[in-house]
Write a protein that binds this ligand. Structure first.
Ligand SMILES: [Zn+2]
Length: 405
């Protein structure tokens, strides 16, 4: 990794995917301090990018840089957890991700450490703890113990779930996340594959409870996004006013149409399946859940295509977990296989920026936007598979070249 400050950088001759809806085209760009500038002119450094592809810095709308182990993270030392979290952040940047929305685990302390320059990392939008009902997807306690599975570290950093019951406890949990620096709230409203005892199709939390979270988040000028694989829970959240959805993996056409009519955004998550499937034993995934995981993966792709065909706004999230989060861009590669590369790139840039409410600054390549860029060797218009199968050659964050291969 190399760090340097340049006041003006010229990018010459690359194929540009600008995420504005325009087709990929050859263009020169000029970066003036931290923003993308109009026109051409002298530069302190010129990168000759003939045969290269320039894209807006990637945004992962569904990250878990602090979720290091599915079972037993509570037994790890604070120092190890911090080390892995910081490495996950640095490596996200190396993969071209200049912004992450973390959907459960880390709190606002991490954000402060990045802003203070103590850690090299993307712009982070933390959620703090994920709200879960008792016995729900986030209740990972041993069945016959009432002790929290991950009590969290005294000074913050990683705390995965907040168990709550009833609108009052939900409100308190939401307020606590914002108190610790969350920028949005994450809630489980259906079952999941890797939690036992709560079927995937079970709705979790009542409409009243979800509405309490949504109302409280709105009071804070923010929003709730919900983990929802299946119909009933998803529709409850929609009724409660939620407009941001994760996974939507196994839904029917009626639910997909309801999402479209409400103007909601769905973040499909495909990349996590690959890492779990590659070595389930290492993840502690029991054998009897392997078929469920496989079925989910097939259903995810079916739902994604249906949502795309109906014109539902699609974000993009890798949902990576663990200590080696090095395949974040696989999400773009896998989505491109279903909906085409240009759409997959727009999902991971412009749409995610809109979802995170930062599209006035990032998400597209346009004059005046922050100079967050990722540059690959090779022309992605000719060879779409370069995205997600090789590391980027340069990563630029706010006009600083922070990676150069
Ligand atoms: Zn997740």
């Amino acid at each position: 990794m190399e760090e340097q400050l340049m006041s003006v950088i010229g990018l010459r001759g690359a194929t540009v995917f600008d995420s504005t809806g325009r087709d990929p085209h050859r263009a020169d760009l000029r970066l003036h301090d931290d923003v993308i500038d109009k026109g051409t002119g002298p530069a302190d450094e010129v990168l000759d990018l003939d045969g290269h592809t320039v894209l807006p810095g990637f945004i992962d709308a569904h990250a878990h840089v602090g979720l290091l182990s599915l079972y037993g993270q509570a037994f790890w030392s604070a120092a190890e957890q911090a080390g892995y979290v910081f490495r996950n952040l640095r490596e996200s940047l190396d993969q071209g991700f200049t912004t992450l929305r973390d959907l459960g685990g880390i709190d606002g302390g991490v954000l402060k450490a990045i802003k203070a320059g103590l850690i090299n990392g993307p712009r982070v939008h933390p959620s703090g703890q994920i709200l879960s009902q008792i016995g729900g997807h986030g209740d990972m306690r041993p069945k016959f113990s009432d002790e929290p599975d991950n009590p969290g570290l005294g000074g913050g950093l990683v705390r995965n779930h907040a168990l709550c019951t009833g609108p009052d406890q939900v409100r308190a949990a939401v307020r606590n996340q914002f108190r610790r620096g969350a920028t949005q709230i994450k809630m489980f409203v259906t079952g999941g594959v890797l939690s036992e005892g709560d079927p995937l199709e079970s709705p979790q939390f009542t409409v009243e409870e979800i509405r309490a979270a949504q109302d409280e988040a709105q009071s804070h000028g923010s929003y709730v996004t919900v983990h929802a694989h299946t119909d009933t829970g998803l529709l409850r959240a929609l009724e409660a006013g939620v407009r941001s959805f994760e996974h939507a993996s196994m839904i029917d056409e009626e639910t997909a149409s309801a999402l479209q009519r409400s103007g909601s955004t769905v973040v499909p998550t495909l990349a996590v399946d690959e890492i779990l499937a590659s070595d389930p034993a290492a993840w502690g995934v029991p054998d009897h859940l392997l078929d469920d995981l496989d079925h989910l993966h097939t259903e995810q792709r079916r739902s994604l295509t249906m949502l795309h065909d109906l014109g539902v706004s699609l974000g993009s999230g890798a949902d990576l977990i663990g200590t080696e989060q090095r395949t974040r861009a696989r999400q773009i590669y896998l989505m491109a296989k279903e909906i085409g590369l240009a759409n997959a790139i727009e999902s991971a840039t412009r749409v995610n920026a809109e979802l995170l409410r930062i599209s006035d600054r990032v998400g597209t390549i346009e004059p005046g936007k922050l100079a967050d860029l990722v540059i690959y060797e090779g022309d992605a218009a000719e060879d779409p598979e370069i995205i997600g199968t090789r590391p980027p050659k340069y990563v630029i964050q706010s006009g600083r070249i922070i990676r150069r291969l």
